[in-house]
Design a protein around this ligand. Structure first.
Ligand SMILES: Cc1cc2nc3c(=O)[nH]c(=O)nc-3n(C[C@H](O)[C@H](O)[C@H](O)COP(=O)(O)OP(=O)(O)OC[C@H]3O[C@@H](n4cnc5c(N)ncnc54)[C@H](O)[C@@H]3O)c2cc1C
Length: 485
């Protein structure tokens, strides 16, 4: 099978999906190659979901510039893509004089980066913003926001798709060859794709992809962050994300507490360098540490609030011994024409995805004139969230469509209609986690104990599949081996 494109994007995390969307503003034939069966399976779906304001990053860095731009522009993007976003603010709390000095420096850095509204506040003011957050002093950032990283990435990809980009899932890029005027990209299933432009947005594997074209300068050092997810009941104790004073050496922002946009609370992430890029384990040692550090910031939380854990891996360009952050690398080399490499896109990559995508387009514009796509439509409609409707609207919806009257996921009150819309998503994704990430079904207290098999049943029915063909998430992950009597 041979496919010819103007641009091939490798990887459909938040960055690849944002680039795909941004590029559909121009007259390009765009193909996206993703090794997993859906977008947002790696780092982009495994983070705190915070739209950072931009005070943690070094003035003058790409990280600082894109983070501030991404944060300031997020209301517009969220509106266009019809995704929930809340600018709830954030507290970085300290206890000692030394902490106070670090907070002042953070504020100064944020002011230099152009972050609006930063204030150093007293214990009394902390209590006014969030009575349960412990601290003697804090840096308050009103611009910080929260978002659902799954829905955000899916929305970017769907809008790119609606504007003409084609997504190929289960296509792991294993080789790249420069032919006369184009690149030949080979995937693990031995398909060949050809394109004039190549964009390496492969996250943790971006160093490997760069090596396929002869760039050997980069090594990604995987650094795992583990989280605990707390039940929605715990959200009663936390109004805003609460972070400790950052520890520069660790290369993360420290174990923090973050309310999610869907009403849970996250504790984490830890920071631990690994040898492997795909070790998403959660360890007892770190889990205990998260409980100890989390309860220091928010003493009200108890073991009973903890419902599940997960981990994400930072694609770091700095080794453990060096610590801290290296800036994003977004480069195009003369000797490797028409290829843009994005390497080391760690935090705040979620916040920065759209400005990063615009920067990629600017780099392409330096090489050729891009023709605008007159038909580009930035508006995408998401799946209607039934529980958020008024009682009157709910009654109307059920009357119009009885599928709204049938609850499939009891914990999150997700209706059959929402599940059906997720199964028939524009990207053609058919996995159980694809439905989960689009609707929140299976994300509640019982973690799918009740609804998982019902979702599988609907996939079988709607997609005319055999029981043995239902896939949970990854290619080898078949859910059933057969039926039982
Ligand atoms: C613990 C943690 C917390 C974070 N918190 C935040 C936060 O609160 N706010 C924030 O702004 N940022 C945060 N980040 C950073 C943010 O999540 C990342 O910067 C961002 O998700 C990177 O997106 P990406 O698209 O570059 O990478 P990814 O999401 O990893 O996407 C890369 C894609 O490439 C695919 N791929 C890889 N190799 C191949 C191949 N050979 N062929 C085809 N496809 C391939 C992968 O399957 C993947 O889908 C956090 C990160 C971590 C780990």
């Amino acid at each position: 099978m041979k496919q010819q494109y103007d641009v091939i994007i490798i990887g459909s995390g938040v960055v690849g999906s944002a680039i795909a969307r941004e590029l559909t503003r121009y007259e390009f034939k765009i193909g996206v190659l993703e090794k997993e069966l859906d977008v947002v399976c790696e780092t982009s779906g495994r983070n705190s979901g915070v739209i950072h304001a931009g005070f943690n990053n070094k003035p003058g860095s790409l990280m600082a510039k894109f983070c501030v731009e991404g944060c300031l522009g997020f209301d517009k993007v969220a509106k266009e893509l019809d995704i929930p976003f809340k600018r709830i603010g954030k507290l970085v709390t300290g206890f000692t004089d030394e902490d106070m000095e670090i907070l002042k420096k953070l504020k100064e850095q944020g002011d230099k980066n152009g972050v609006p509204g930063l204030r150093i506040i007293s214990e009394e003011e902390i209590k006014k913003i969030d009575p349960n957050v412990a601290g003697k002093v804090a840096l308050y950032s009103p611009m910080t926001g929260i978002v659902n990283p799954f829905i955000y990435t899916i929305a970017l990809a769907e809008n790119a798709y609606q504007n003409g980009a084609v997504f190929f899932f289960g296509r792991e890029v294993v080789a790249i060859q420069r032919k006369e005027e184009c690149y030949e990209v080979t995937t693990k299933n031995n398909e060949k794709y050809y394109a004039k432009w190549l964009i390496n947005s492969a996250g943790l594997n971006s160093d490997q992809i760069a090596r396929m074209v002869g760039i050997t300068d980069y090594t990604i050092y995987p650094c795992r962050g583990e989280y605990f997810i707390l039940d929605q009941k715990a959200s009663a104790y936390l109004k805003v994300p609460a972070y400790p004073v950052p520890n520069k050496k660790e290369g993360g922002l420290g174990v923090h507490l973050t309310p999610t946009i869907d009403g849970n609370v996250l504790i984490g992430p830890s920071a631990e360098y690994l040898d492997e890029k795909d070790n998403y384990a959660a360890t007892k040692e770190v889990m205990d540490k998260l409980v100890a550090e989390g309860t220091k910031i928010l003493p009200q939380i108890k073991r009973e609030h903890f419902i599940r854990n997960f981990s994400g891996i930072r694609p770091k360009l700095v080794e453990k011994e060096t610590g801290g952050y290296a800036d994003f690398v977004i480069e195009q080399r003369e000797e490797i024409p028409n290829m843009i490499n994005l390497i080391g896109i760690e935090s705040p990559g979620l916040t920065s995805a759209v400005p990063i995508a615009r920067y990629v387009v600017e780099k392409m514009k330096q090489k050729e004139e891009l023709k605008e796509n007159q038909n580009f439509n930035p508006i995408r409609k998401g799946i209607l969230n039934f529980t958020e409707q008024t009682d009157e609207r709910k009654a109307e919806l059920i009357k119009e469509n009885p599928n709204y009257g049938e609850i499939i996921c009891r914990c999150e009150s997700i209706t059959k209609q929402e599940i059906l819309e997720a199964i028939h998503n524009p990207l053609g994704v058919e996995t159980v986690t694809g439905v989960k990430n689009r609707t929140r079904a299976m994300m509640g207290r019982c973690q799918g104990g009740y609804c998982q098999t019902r979702i599988a049943e609907l996939i079988i029915q709607e997609k005319q599949k055999k029981v043995e063909e239902v896939i949970y998430s990854r290619q080898q992950g078949k859910m059933f081996v057969g039926g039982v009597r």
